[in-house]
Each structure stands twice: as C-alpha cells, then as structure tokens.
Design a protein around this ligand. Structure first.
Ligand SMILES: C[S@@+](CC[C@H](N)C(=O)[O-])C[C@H]1O[C@@H](n2cnc3c(N)ncnc32)[C@H](O)[C@@H]1O
Length: 272
C-alpha cells in the first residue's frame, strides 16, 4: 500500500477506494499517480485482457490534442469536455489556451477524485471550471452555473466526448443523450469523440467488458454504425470516422499501420 492509499482516510466521503473507477484506471494507464491499489490491479487485468491497452490510451490522448487544435484552427474558442477524467498531461484547457489565450473550457465528470483534482488545478484559471454531473443528464450539465458563466451557446462550441460514449448503457439512450447536447449547439459547433469498438479482431471486447464489470463504470463497445448514429446532425470532417491513430496523423504519437489495434473509433463532425 502506498502513502497515497494510506491517505484514503482523508478523502471526501463519496470516494470509495475499494472499488476501481475508470477515471483512476485510465490515470494509471497514462502514468498518473491519482489512483489506488484496486485501480492498479484492474489496470493490470486490463493489460492482460487487451494487449496494447496503454498504447490505446496514449493514442486516444494524442487524438484529443489534435481534435482540439483542429477546432481552434476552425475558430472555436470554447469547449465542453464530457467525461474529462483526472487531469493529466495535455488537458483541454492547456492545449486550447496555449493556442488561443482566453479560450474557455468547461469540464464535466462525476468521479470524485477527477472532480477534486480538476478543481485544484483550475482554482486560478478564470476561463476554465469543472461541473460535477452525470453526462447522461444533459439538462443538468447545460444548466450548471459554470456552463452558463463560461460558455455562450450562440457561438460555436467544441463538444468533446472522448472515451466517454461507451460508458453510456443502451437503456440510457446514448443517441438521445448526444442529440440533447447537439440541440443546444449553434451551427458551426463541433463534436469530437472516440468510442470503444470490437469491430476489429485485435480488440477483445468481451474480455474488456467483463474486466470493467468490477469497476464503478461498466463499458459498452459499439459498432461503426452505432457510433455514426452519435453524429446525427453533424457533417463528419475528413477523414470521416476512422480510428484514433489514423485521424489526421502528423503530430503526437500517431503512426500508420496499426489502426485495427487502436480499439477506438475517432471522428470530428461539424454541427449543421
Ligand atoms: C477514460 S476517462 C476519459 C478521460 C478523457 N476524456 C480522455 O479521453 O482522455 C472516462 C471518464 O468518464 C467519466 N464518466 C463515465 N461515465 C460518466 C457519466 N455518466 N457522467 C460523467 N462522467 C462519466 C469517468 O469518471 C472518467 O473520468
């Protein structure tokens, strides 16, 4: 047990250090330190269940960076990042505000450690904040004080749903959830997303699903058609819906030749 685990007694009451969370497992996969022994154990199980999972996480993060810069180049100056996770290297506000000082960012997550660390990181940043909410309740997210203060829905918004859609259960109606966010966005806004798929034989969807069942976040891989449905009302920009490493490669870790191992569909669409 590490000093961080021993400090679990001092955590907010809603944090359960005995149940792994997707936010903390992902933090560990990316080399972060905001996780408990149970998260590291589950990360090891995931590595065994799905070879290359660390690369999958890194390629996802590299896609996030390219998608934000694409939107900045298209004139977007405000972002809503759904399921933003525990702050790690290359957070959306860092990428956006380095490229366009004054860019505004609202993060959304429901995991207490992710929310607490985001609050600490953003304490002195007047142009970025976090909403503690369930992203499957768009009305709560859109009505939150932070969202209303920082985002102007008469102007284009960059909506980010990066490795988040596959945490939405079918009964929670992912297409309907995405549609409610879309309806709040001005034309010229963008949706950038990644989503787990087991369309490719290299991806062991069943093993990933069963491994994640012991966490607080169950996972639901989807087919290409199901992921395309999340882009209803958007026009996909080139190269369309591909996988993380093949979406406009040229920076970061992206490299050709292993797209079927990416495991995540990736795309950016423009709100029509
Ligand atoms: C794998 S992390 C992704 C972090 C970041 N978007 C990225 O791709 O680098 C997924 C995040 O989604 C959050 N999450 C899952 N379901 C959620 C929900 N219904 N509402 C809010 N956050 C959710 C988890 O807590 C976790 O922090």
């Amino acid at each position: 047990m590490t000093a961080r685990d021993e400090a679990a007694d001092e955590l907010p009451r809603e944090v359960n250090p005995d149940i792994p969370s997707a936010a903390r497992v992902y933090d560990h996969l990316l080399g972060g330190g905001h996780n408990f022994a149970v998260d590291r154990q589950l990360a090891e199980e995931l590595k065994a269940a799905q070879p290359g999972v660390v690369r999958i996480a890194r390629e996802n993060r590299a896609f996030l960076r390219r998608a934000v810069l694409f939107m900045i180049n298209a004139g977007v100056r405000q972002f809503l990042d759904l399921g933003s996770g525990i702050p790690t290297v290359g957070n959306v506000h860092e990428i956006a505000q380095a490229a366009a000082p004054g860019a505004r960012v609202v993060y959304v997550d429901h995991e207490p450690i992710a929310v607490a660390h985001s609050r600490l990181l953003l304490a002195d940043n007047t142009n970025a904040d976090i909403v503690d909410a369930d992203i499957t309740r768009p009305e709560d997210v859109l009505a939150a004080e932070q969202t209303r203060r920082l985002l102007d829905f008469d102007q284009p918004v960059g909506l980010l749903a990066v490795t988040i859609g596959h945490y939405i259960a079918p009964e929670a109606d992912p297409v309907g959830v995405f549609a409610r966010y879309r309806d709040a966005l001005a034309p010229g806004s963008f949706l950038g997303l990644t989503h787990l798929t087991d369309d490719f034989t290299a991806i062991r969807g069943e093993q990933i699903v069963s491994t994640m069942k012991s966490s607080r976040d169950s996972i639901f891989p989807r087919t290409r058609e199901e992921v395309l449905a999340l882009f209803t009302g958007y026009q996909l920009v080139e190269p369309g819906l591909v996988t993380t490493s093949t979406w406009r490669p040229g920076s970061g870790l992206a490299g050709a030749g292993h797209s079927e191992q990416d495991g995540l569909y990736a795309g950016v669409g423009r709100r029509q």
